[in-house]
Ligand binder design. Structure first.
Ligand code: ANZ
Ligand code: ZN
Length: 866
């Protein structure tokens, strides 16, 4: 008998969500004695609505959380909001809504959406980084870091957007213009607050090796970002005095082996030598101004034409006293790196080559590629940066690159120039200190005061929090905190005289650098409780987008070290396991006028895509990451409302390996939904008959087949979830359901099969529990099991049922395969020998002869020699 009605996912899901909430199933206690497991997904920005990327991310994390709970762990699975940042201020400017109201109402809406997904989250630990209770603790951390010497106030060149009146990160400068305002970005010297992340450059680099459960590509990206290079600082003697009175120019190089290929020196526009020279030369000053406009981003420098200005100065080659090299000011040299000066070797560096071609400088190759002929090898318009042997280089000829580097360093270290060594070895890092000052309102105020008499004075802890004022206006550009009539006016905490509050707020990356630690004791009156941090960290499994592979993860790694130094933690690394999931993609659609269309406005009629309302033809474009700009987005709420959360979760976990991009299709969603319906029907149809049956092993061959299928499915899904291969786990469940299907109709009323069928259905519900928790809970209740499935243990796996119990051995007679035998895996060689000799096929070949020898290689082969 089949059940006529369909599974009403919405009703069922809401019912179980309420049930979980009433029973506090996902509340986690720090004191719980079971082994801990901390699973965390990167917390969302409260933009207003969740998107499919969130659904995928949180579905994966939830599978792990529910699975680990079933495996007996005390699981921490919290959620929060990365709630400060520009979009709230933009909304304030555009819609006249207060950033706080905008943010909290978005949070309320999105919290509801996440709850609809049925995530097993401990909502009691929820935090938003814009909560005063959170950012005041961040201010305490800042003050402790300050005391520990981890905070610096420095002037630095920044990208300044003159329209938005704010500092922009390099990534926010696009072709020299502000990403939002489109204004030409200026370079400004600003005094800013920095975290001294560079104190940890070497440590952050070395510790990457220990992060074994991180993707190799992320470790590599971090390594490149830190950018350690071993180089040499070399002083070149000037032939005359420099305009600043200097007699030499110090460059930084990582390729001293190419010294004999040098054809010029170059300094940054802001190098002291360039500035001094510019004071007497207005054309040079114009050139310097042009350089400053270019900005300091790697991309801008890489793509700009290489330009220079000859200062007229000349420097002597250290090993060729007769050779002098011109000294340029050049636009591709950064003042912030090395010494702000280089020697250029055009043959082996592309930028130097482009420069040399533009200014007619010599190009002398000094590294010969492995198989090249020195008589014909030349450099055209591509520099050679590969391996090889040094030539055209006097005493270095014939050496490897590495040996030549060492010889040059050793010689110049020993040689004196003006009483000091001419060269010094130096390790250099690309990593810069972390500038955290932002001239914005919606961020964590930096708890500092500027006093004319005392300088910069930290706000004493008893005055915390430094709270954001509520009454701000966004009617003009710039930092609303600066425009506030009274907020910045305070008495100096040291001398009591009128002083000015710091109006910069912290980069939002600060907020996300320690939230994972705060979750361990979210209501603590201190930033952390060290015992709790100690207990829960490191996060066992962190899951998020690869776009955070560098900054967020590196800052968090630094932050925990800084927290350790200041007594707020005792460990260094926040995330033991990291997983970066792929994007969610969808086809793109355009109408006849070339305007983007939402998927919901497109239907397929008679095999053609047309507009749902007008019926006009629609062009189907490539499959791309879902993005609002291309409208190829599907709203999770719409899916959940029509199909239920379990369908959305199941689809997100199916088919595609989690690290790859997954394409959302209507057909795929419907397929997932059909599967949910199928499992439900299977359980509902069987429930009346099975409810009163006692679980057991059953008897007979069919019972055996069912038993094997269920143990294998449980073992495989367990294994797949442990290795985050969710798509394989899904495939296993399909297989298992197909294997059970033939027995369902009659098996429920067979005394041989019903006991094992009931048990198999229980296994099925338990293994889909982490993935489709509502469906599983509904089935659990229907079959009459006590309590909540969300609290039930993972099913026991009988390992002996996992392997086939028989093996097939080939039988060779005098080296030729003549037959096969099926035997129990546990059979002894003697048993196998006598069985073989009794076989009809074997007897025929022996033809009455008695074998000289029978060799049984267990589990492999039987050799009979006659
Ligand atoms: C001579 C040379 C010859 C170089 C050659 C490279 C290739 P990494 O390895 O990334 O650390 N450099 C040094 N300071 C610079 C600055 N302030 N702005 C721009 N470029 C600078 O890069 C080090 C190399 O980048 C250095 O080695 C220097 O050029 C250049 F065949 O010295 B090299
Ligand atoms: Zn003072």
């Amino acid at each position: 008998m089949t059940t006529p009605e369909r599974y009403n996912a919405r009703d069922v899901e809401m019912r179980w969500q309420r049930e979980w909430e009433t029973h506090g199933v996902f509340r986690t206690r720090n004191e719980d004695p079971r082994q801990k497991y901390y699973v965390l997904e990167m917390f969302p920005y409260p933009s207003g609505r969740i998107h499919m990327g969130h659904v995928r991310n949180y579905a994966m994390g939830d599978v792990i959380a529910r699975y680990k709970r079933a495996k007996g762990f005390n699981v921490l699975h919290p959620m929060g909001w990365d709630a400060f940042g520009m979009p709230a201020e933009n909304a304030a400017m555009q819609n006249k809504v207060h950033p706080r109201d905008w943010t909290y109402s978005n949070i309320a809406h999105m919290r509801g959406q996440l709850k609809q997904m049925g995530l097993s989250i401990d909502w009691d630990r929820e935090i938003a980084t814009c909560d005063v209770s959170y950012y005041q603790q961040q201010q305490r951390l800042f003050l402790d870091f300050y005391k520990a010497g981890l905070v610096a106030r420095k002037t630095a060149k920044v990208n300044w957007d003159p329209v938005d009146q704010t500092v922009l990160a390099n990534e926010q400068v696009i072709e020299g213009r502000g990403w939002r305002s489109g204004a030409l970005v200026e370079q400004r010297e600003l005094t800013q607050w920095f975290f001294r992340i560079t104190d940890y450059s070497q440590e952050l680099l070395e510790a990457l090796d220990g992060l074994e459960r991180w993707p190799e590509k992320v470790r590599l990206m971090q390594k490149n970002w830190i950018g350690r290079s071993e180089g040499l600082r070399v002083r070149f003697e000037l032939t005359g005095r420099g305009p600043d009175g200097s007699s030499d120019l110090e460059v930084f190089t990582t390729r001293p082996d190419t010294l004999f290929g040098a054809s010029f020196l170059a300094v940054a526009a802001d190098h002291p030598l360039a500035i001094a020279a510019g004071e007497r030369d207005s054309a040079l000053r114009d050139f310097q101004a042009e350089c400053r406009k270019l900005g300091t981003s790697a991309l801008a420098i890489e793509t700009a034409d290489k330009k220079g200005y000859d200062t007229g100065l000349r420097a002597r080659h250290p090993f060729q006293p007769d050779v002098t090299l011109p000294v340029f000011v050049a636009n591709f040299i950064l003042m912030e790196y090395g010494t702000g000066a280089i020697f250029g070797c055009p043959a082996h560096d592309q930028r130097d080559l482009d420069f040399a071609r533009a200014y007619g400088l010599p190009v002398t190759p000094v590294v010969l590629p492995p198989d090249a002929d020195p008589a014909v090898f030349t450099i055209a318009d591509e520099a050679y940066t590969g391996p090889g042997t040094i030539y055209h280089s006097s005493f270095l000829d014939g050496l490897s690159i590495e040996d030549a580097k060492d010889v040059v360093a050793t010689r110049l270290e020993k040689r004196a120039l003006d009483g000091a060594p001419q060269a010094e070895r130096q390790v250099n890092y690309r990593l810069r200190d972390w500038g955290i000052s932002r001239q914005r309102y919606w961020g964590c105020p930096i708890p500092m005061v500027h006093c004319e008499a005392c300088g910069t004075v930290p706000v004493p802890e008893r005055f915390l929090p430094v709270e954001l004022p509520a009454d701000v206006s966004f009617d003009r550009p710039g930092n609303p905190l600066d425009h506030h009539p009274t907020w910045s006016k305070v008495d100096c905490p040291e001398c009591g005289k009128p002083a000015r509050r710091e109006t910069d707020t912290m980069d939002t990356f600060v907020d996300s650098s320690w939230y994972f630690a705060r979750f361990t004791a979210p209501h603590s009156p201190a930033p952390t409780e060290v015992e709790a941090v100690d207990h829960w960290l490191p996060v066992d499994q962190y899951i998020g987008g690869v776009e955070h592979a560098i900054l967020h993860l590196l800052y968090s790694r630094f932050f925990l070290r800084a927290m350790k130094k200041t007594g707020h933690a005792r460990l260094d690394e926040p995330f033991a396991g990291l997983f970066t999931q792929g994007m969610v993609t969808h086809e793109t659609y355009k109408d006849e006028a070339g305007a983007w269309l939402f998927p919901e406005d497109v239907v397929v009629r008679d095999g053609a895509h047309v507009h749902a309302k007008t019926g006009a033809p629609v062009t189907v474009g490539p499959v791309e990451s879902m993005s609002k700009s291309k409208k190829n987005v599907v709203d999770p709420t719409a899916i959940i409302e029509s199909f239920g959360a379990d369908t959305a979760r199941w689809f997100m976990l199916s088919d595609t390996p989690p690290e790859r991009d997954i394409q959302w299709t209507e057909a795929g969603a419907e397929g997932a939904h059909r599967f949910i319906q199928r499992v439900w029907r299977m359980v509902q149809d069987a429930a009346p008959a099975l409810k009163g049956v006692r679980e057991g092993d059953g008897s007979g061959a069919d019972a055996e087949t069912i038993r094997k299928a269920m143990h294998r499915a449980a073992a495989a899904v367990e294994n797949d979830i442990e290795s985050l291969a969710f798509n394989r786990a899904v495939a296993r469940v399909y297989e298992f359901v197909n294997a059970l299907h033939p027995y369902m109709a009659t098996g429920v009323s067979s005394s041989d099969i019903a006991p094992v069928l009931k048990k198999a259905l229980r296994y099925l519900l338990q293994i889909i529990g982490p993935m489709t928790p509502h469906l599983a809970e509904e089935g659990w209740a229907a079959l009459g099991y006590d309590g909540l499935l969300a609290r039930a243990a993972w099913p026991e796996v009988d390992r002996s049922l996992l392997v086939d119990s028989t093996v097939t051995l080939p039988i060779q007679i005098n080296g030729k395969k003549r037959a096969e035998i099926h035997v129990e895996r546990s059979a002894s060689p003697q048993e196998i020998e006598s069985a073989v000799l009794e076989m009809e096929d074997v007897r025929r070949h022996l033809d009455g002869r008695s074998p000289k020898k029978v060799i049984v290689v267990p589990q492999r082969i039987v050799n009979v020699v006659v």
